[in-house]
Design a protein around this ligand. Structure first.
Ligand code: 4NP
Length: 151
């Protein structure tokens, strides 16, 4: 079983959407996919209604996801940890205990544009169009992950 964790700040907008998109593409018997936030403001909450809506438009159900905080033990539980932006990257790497932890962590958009360190923009204070944009970016990144991780 390959275990993949998607991480953003609040775990209500970007990472639950990434979780749902990737889960819809990969075989359930071979991949475990989860998401978490580096901040705990929204722990226990459902994803933002705008993420739920854009996912539903593409046939993906996020309604059972609940926000949780990233913890150090996630380095032990997961094989790959994908973060959305530089700030998430710093927050996660600050918790790493050794090099093996850091090697699991990368910016998800490097799947599309290797080494360019592009970010999935934080859509929280924006409008619905921002959620369409993050859907498109995450869907493209998850298509690449499907090819790379499911040969
Ligand atoms: P996310 O978006 O990190 O993609 O879940 C955010 C959600 C909440 C906040 C910021 C970003 N917030 O400041 O509460």
């Amino acid at each position: 079983m390959t275990k993949i964790l998607m991480v953003c700040l609040g775990n209500i907008c970007r990472s639950p959407l990434a979780e749902g998109i990737l889960r819809s593409k990969l075989p359930k018997d071979k991949f475990y996919i989860d998401s978490a936030g580096t901040a705990s403001y929204h722990v226990g909450s459902k994803p933002d209604i705008r993420s739920i809506k854009v996912a539903k438009k593409y046939g993906i159900d996020l309604s059972t996801i609940k926000s949780r905080a990233f913890t150090v033990s996630d380095f032990d539980l997961f094989d790959h940890i994908f973060v959305m932006d530089q700030s998430n990257l710093e927050n996660v790497l600050n918790l790493a205990r050794h090099k093996n932890d850091t090697l699991k962590v990368s910016l998800i958009l490097n799947e599309i544009a290797p080494n360019e360190n592009l970010e999935v923009p934080d859509p929280y204070y924006g409008n619905d169009q921002g959620f369409e944009i993050i859907y498109e970016l995450l869907n493209e990144a998850c298509n690449k992950l499907f090819i790379r991780l499911n040969p």
